[in-house]
Design a protein around this ligand. Structure first.
Ligand code: ARG
Length: 459
């Protein structure tokens, strides 16, 4: 038997270089389960519509089930001289049940078939990614609760800015993950559209029941245009874009774990079990895992740019360029799944060092904004208060002191409006407590955010 499902109009066999260059079986074998699931639904519908007989249908279904069973068990040897997963399954079917198997492809093209397979694959991937995002969210919320009281410097420009609760800092990532999860939910709606019935590009002459196939495969809608359906990969691009944004968030969190675990910060200690050593420097304990999350973000962005570029010049409808979507997609899924799992482990197992964070929050004039706000409460305009506190900071710096280390007299010399109660405004814990607006770092506001997060997660 020839290793092609086409060939009638050719006088010569394809050159070996065609087989090598054209084949996708070495990567699209990953779609075998989706391919067979789609074929089974198509086959049942062909029988119901009287296009093939019930007998033919059951012999096709039985053989497909057998093939899938062997593939699931890892017993099936994928012959890499085949062209792609679609032709491989069809040829295997014909080898097992003879010419009846040749009826399966009635009213179908690999063009609508591959789109179907990829949609089924992306739909599963989205469901998996959404669950893994939830794991990260749960780990963030658990950690925020466990370390609820810890105070650390909040930074802008990586310069100490104002004190914040660690819980608040962690919940910032909760919000990012929430948006990411929702983006994938949205994406799922556009994935969940049945392309089958579009055939090669123009639709089919057979009386196919597209609604029945959609129902069986759980698709919410039918594609509205056969030419669009076979050439659209927006849903893949959208998935890779969503994955890129998710990776960007994981990368930022990874970066914080890297700098926070440095000797210079010391805010966090990674467990030995999730760290690595150096081949030469015996003392080293390195944060390879968060570094790799940061590093792997680049390849996902690369896939996004790669596929956008692949798509941009394609005339309607199907073009072989579209085969280039799969490796980008598979690698994106693998990368995102791994990075989400590693992030959850890291969040569950790192130790936050309360003292190092608290000490850092006491140094660097983090209460300066609060002192300016205090002066406003004493009647100064904010601009005047800003100027006055700036001068106080400069003078404190010259004396090698923090604001809370200045005497009341020294403070009053800068601004006679200052009273004894000023010291309450200079304590990091007080600075935090004063920020109870919704969305702020005040303990009450953060508790509300935590409760809301718990409610959203149902945990
Ligand atoms: N391997 C192909 C792909 O991934 C399947 C569709 C082939 N269709 C065709 N007309 N050659 O896109």
């Amino acid at each position: 038997m020839s290793n092609k499902i086409w060939g009638g109009r050719f006088r010569e066999k394809p050159d070996a270089i065609v087989d090598q260059f054209n084949a996708s079986i070495h990567f699209d074998q990953r779609l075998y389960a989706q391919d067979i699931e789609g074929s089974m639904a198509h086959c049942r519908m062909l029988a119901k519509q009287g296009i093939i007989t019930e007998e033919e249908s059951s012999s096709i279904l039985q053989a497909l089930d057998e093939i899938k069973g062997e593939m699931d068990q890892g017993e099936f040897v994928f012959d890499e001289t085949r062209e792609d997963i679609h032709s491989l399954v069809e040829q295997e079917l014909v080898e097992r049940i003879g010419t009846v198997g040749e009826k399966l492809h009635t009213g179908r093209s690999r063009n609508d078939q591959v789109s179907l397979d990829v949609r089924l694959y992306v739909r599963d991937a989205i469901d998996r990614v959404i669950l893994l995002i939830r794991d990260v969210q749960n780990a963030l919320v658990d950690s925020a609760e466990r370390n609820g009281e810890f105070i650390l410097p909040g930074y802008t420009h990586l310069q100490r800015a104002q004190p914040v609760l660690l819980a608040h800092h962690l919940l910032a990532y909760y919000e990012m993950m929430k948006r990411d999860g929702r983006r994938f939910q949205e994406n799922r709606k556009r994935v969940n559209v049945l392309p089958l019935g579009s055939a090669a590009l123009a639709g089919s002459t057979f009386d196919l029941d597209r609604h029945a196939v959609a129902r069986e495969l759980g698709f919410a809608e039918l594609s509205g245009n056969s030419m669009d359906a076979v050439s659209d990969r927006d849903f893949v691009l959208e998935f890779i874009f969503n994955a890129s944004l998710l990776m960007m968030h994981l990368s930022r969190l990874g970066e914080e774990l890297v700098i926070w675990s440095s000797h210079e910060f010391g805010f966090v200690t990674l467990p030995d079990a999730l760290s690595t050593g150096s081949s030469i420097m015996p003392q080293k304990k390195n944060p390879d895992l968060p570094e790799l999350i940061r590093g792997k973000t680049g390849r996902v962005y690369g896939h996004l740019m790669g596929l956008l570029t692949t798509m941009k010049g394609l005339p309607l409808a199907y073009n072989k360029d579209l085969q280039e979507d799969k490796e980008a997609l598979f690698d994106t899924v693998d990368t995102v799944v791994q990075c989400l799992m590693v992030t959850t482990r890291l969040l569950k197992e790192v130790t936050f060092n309360e003292k190092a964070m608290a000490d850092a929050a006491k140094e660097g004039y983090l209460a300066a904004t609060d002192l300016a706000d205090y002066l406003v409460s004493r009647g100064l305009t904010f601009r005047k208060a800003h100027e006055t506190v700036g001068k106080m900071v400069l003078s404190a710096m010259e004396q090698g002191k923090e604001l809370h280390q200045l005497t009341l007299e020294a403070l009053q010399a800068a601004s006679p409006e200052i009273g004894e109660d000023v010291f309450q405004w200079l304590d990091p814990a007080e600075c935090v407590k004063r920020r109870e607006l919704p969305g702020g770092t005040g303990p009450g506001a953060v508790r509300k955010q935590l409760e809301k997060a718990r409610e959203e997660l149902g945990s």
